[in-house]
Write a protein that binds this ligand. Structure first.
Ligand code: COA
Length: 449
């Protein structure tokens, strides 16, 4: 048994490379050719394989160390007569011959990188597939590992579909897609965003973001600290996920509701005694259902690579409550008239404010409307309520001069902001959705078409 130093071999044009991954630890038994560590230059990353089989006695490098040709990376107790050890199989033309006795040098294995074209030929040796070390490292080729590192995919959580369970690039990409779609949570996400944690950007580290600024506010003036309500914590965590994970776009438009508002006022006069007051939101729900029927992708959800179209129209509406935002759901809104919708909305909004909504009354929505019309403002960017793929935000209507082709006439205009998931919906469809919704609100008879 001989102790040999494993050194960084000829690494082509690079003076120094950085250790980015250490694949073994003292006590591990390694085979000849097995990758020991990954080093990276600004152009490529390379795996340093062992020139001999044996037991790792001592690591001489740590992550982020800079090493160069000849640096000793570890000490190996060679398992057999060192002079009989096999030459590294991934030898490049520029590789020096393996050195016997106490100074073995292994050939690096180049890993494909974005800048592969600039990698000197000496590094362009066939990538070999490292086998798992001590059963702990995922079985994946160097290029797949590099891609996973770049995307931020934890390889240990990816199921390999290749030979002997090897993780392929497709596996890594599918995993990333599932995380983005919210179908899968990485262990880091699960650990860092416990259910109900609003977290001041608590998951930033998992996303590679800067840590949330820690400021001693009391240094600048008097403060008062209050725990967030449970609802705010839950909705905060959901909003954060939806805001980050959905490639969302918002289209703004205006609808002329002059005639509809006149109809609403007269309807309320007629129904004064019933105790049910009709607000613009009830008409909006009805008009949105008609528009969702015409453009069904807005009433869908993503399920992996499939789009699930729903043949029911349950509409959620954002309700402002003393404890925070809640979204009660009106079921089968397509089967209900405006008066019934108004009545149910009133009841659900009261329950929400009293904290008495059941989870069933908040689930199953296919599309959500958020109305700030009773409060004020002009346009805002609503956040999609996943797994829905679109949300309509309406603001306060105002009288505006509108050109009718001959003159400006005063019209009551409703600002609408439609946010949609670009994975499912395209901008043209969103513009059509708003235009059609505007036509219905402009002439409500169209809801019958
Ligand atoms: N333009 C002008 N006025 C409007 C309007 C609009 N788009 N929408 C409503 N109004 C008026 C109503 O007609 C009513 O007027 P009135 O009292 O003179 O009759 C007044 O504003 C208040 O309406 P409101 O009680 O808010 O009823 P609503 O049906 O419009 O809304 C809720 C019901 C529950 C949705 C609403 O109370 C609420 O909570 N809105 C906030 C939603 C929210 O926070 N969204 C943001 C999420 S990020």
């Amino acid at each position: 048994m001989a102790l040999i130093d494993i050194k960084v071999p000829d690494i082509g044009d690079f003076d120094e490379v950085t250790v980015i991954e250490i694949l073994v630890k003292p006590g591990d038994t390694v085979k000849a050719d097995q990758s020991l560590l990954t080093v990276e230059s600004d152009k490529a990353s390379m795996e340093i394989p062992s020139s001999h089989g044996g037991v790792v006695k001592e690591l001489r490098v740590k992550l982020d160390d800079k090493v160069k040709q000849g640096s000793v990376v570890l000490v190996l107790e060679a398992e057999a007569d060192v002079s009989a050890a096999p030459a590294p199989s991934a030898a490049s033309p520029a590789q020096p011959p393996p050195v016997a006795q106490a100074a073995a040098v292994a050939a690096p294995v180049a890993v494909a990188s974005a800048a592969a074209a600039t990698v000197p030929p000496a590094l362009e040796v066939p990538a070999h597939e490292p086998t798992a070390v001590s059963g702990q490292l995922p079985h994946a080729s160097p290029s797949v590992r590099k891609s996973a590192r770049e995307i931020g995919v934890p390889l240990a959580e990816v199921k390999g579909s290749g030979p002997k369970g090897r993780i392929t690039l497709d596996d890594v990409q599918s995993f990333a897609k599932s995380v983005m779609a919210g179908d899968v949570r990485t262990q880091a996400q699960t650990a860092k965003v416990p259910a109900g944690s609003g977290g001041s950007g608590g998951d930033g580290a998992a996303l590679g973001l800067l840590p949330w600024p820690k400021v001693d506010f009391a240094k600048f003036g008097p403060i008062e600290r209050k725990e967030m309500s449970r609802i705010k914590k839950i909705s905060g965590a959901n909003l954060l996920r939806n805001a980050i994970m959905i490639p969302a776009v918002t289209n703004h438009d205006d609808a002329d509701i002059t005639d509809l508002e006149a109809f609403r006022v007269s309807t309320n006069k007629e129904n004064e005694k019933s105790g049910v007051k009709v607000t613009m939101l009830a008409f909006l729900i009805k008009a949105c259902v008609a528009t969702l029927k015409k453009y069904p992708e807005f009433n869908s959800s993503l399920d992996g690579d499939a789009i699930v179209y729903k043949n029911y129209w349950h509409i959620g509406f954002a309700a402002d409550t003393p404890n925070g935002l809640m979204v009660p759901v009106i079921r089968d809104a397509d089967q209900k008239g405006v008066l019934q919708l108004s009545q149910e909305m009133g009841e659900l909004a009261k329950k929400a404010r009293d904290g008495k909504l059941s989870s069933a009354e908040m689930s199953g929505a296919t599309f959500t409307i958020s109305s700030l019309g009773g409060i004020g403002g002009k346009y805002f960017l609503p956040i999609i309520n996943a797994p829905e793929v679109a949300i309509m935000g309406v603001s306060k209507s105002t009288m505006e001069p509108v050109w009718d082709g001959k003159q400006f006439v005063p019209r009551l205009m409703l600002p609408m902001s439609l946010t949609w998931d670009h994975r499912v919906i395209d901008g043209a469809a969103a513009a059509r959705f708003n235009a059609y919704l505007g036509q219905i609100l402009g002439d409500f008879r169209r809801v019958l078409l």
